[in-house]
Design a protein. Sequence first.
Length: 382
Amino acid sequence: MGLLSPRYARNGEAHVKLNGLQAQMKRQIDRKVEKGVYIFEAIPCPVCQSIEFDPLAEQDRYGLHFPVVICRGCGLVQTNPRMNQTSYDEFYNAEYRRLYEGSAAPTDGSFALQYERGKQLFHSVVRYFTRPPADYFVLEVGCGSGGVVKYFQEQGCRVKGIDLGEEYLLHGRQKHGLDLTPGTLADLALEEAPDVIIYSHVMEHILDPTAELALVRHHLAPGGLLCIEVPGVRFVQHAYDGDFLRMLQNAHTFHFTLQSLTNLLGVNGFMRLAGDELVRGIFTPAPGGKGGLGLVNEAASIRAFLDALESEYMLLAGLARMREGAFPQAAMIFSQLTGIAPESSYAYRCFALALRRMGREKDAVRIEEMIDQVYAVSGRPQ
Ligand SMILES: [Zn+2]
């Protein structure tokens, strides 16, 4: 199986609009990749240990080198080969925030976004509380400026946050009076075991989730709750206008579905209490311990899902080009989708058929009228 579609092949072009700072960061990363400053390493799948993968993409939304594959053994979508830890450390230090957010400093906007996530997360997890919130000690790993734990604190929980971004921690401490400290779970000394540990949009960045989850099992209070939020591959229609390419960004080493996240947690000794395709999952240590839970291979179903998503995305892109009157560009898109030469009206006719199947009868009729106009003069798209 090849890439999802030709636009996933590496051409170095950004698929999203970049501001001046972002464009500068992209060039800087490209140079470091070309010169071998950033080193890529191939890894076995961290869930099933397979070394057999099928390719999906060669670049991310910024046009950066970014090989994304599906594991044949379990279906986990992952970046592989991916940058090693030293390279990622430098990337987070030098480029990540500037590339991702287009600014180097924390903003009130990013805090408000975290706070909203905290609110939704609290209401998902509170139903598993067996004591009043005031009895709960909540730790967030990768807390940024602490918007998520702020909401938990307002509900009565005792909270703490850790992160590597000093500027963000300072923002949360000074502006919101939160207990936020620099560090990771590996170097954290706690006087009290957390009843809840939160990873909100963090797990997809972690290079060794197996080691991380071992630390979680070590720190978490007996019967404690682990809340993980990651961008959901099956949620792409709602979050990225149905464009999987826009979801891909070079900081992410894993691209989860609820099933692949559950697989990862399962082989590391956690069972799922609740979850959705956002993805938001609530887990607790499994009674059987590590390796007690079997995994479900979703390789075929996730590929089928992504293929269907990509066809639909391309069809809508083609439709938009036709509406603009850009017929040759539309013909190229249909040709890529159907494998039929762009000069042939069959590429358009297949497109009309696909629209009809999507329930877009009016668009299909319009396209058929256009086909007649476009081919009327010379027999080729004008
Ligand atoms: Zn696997």
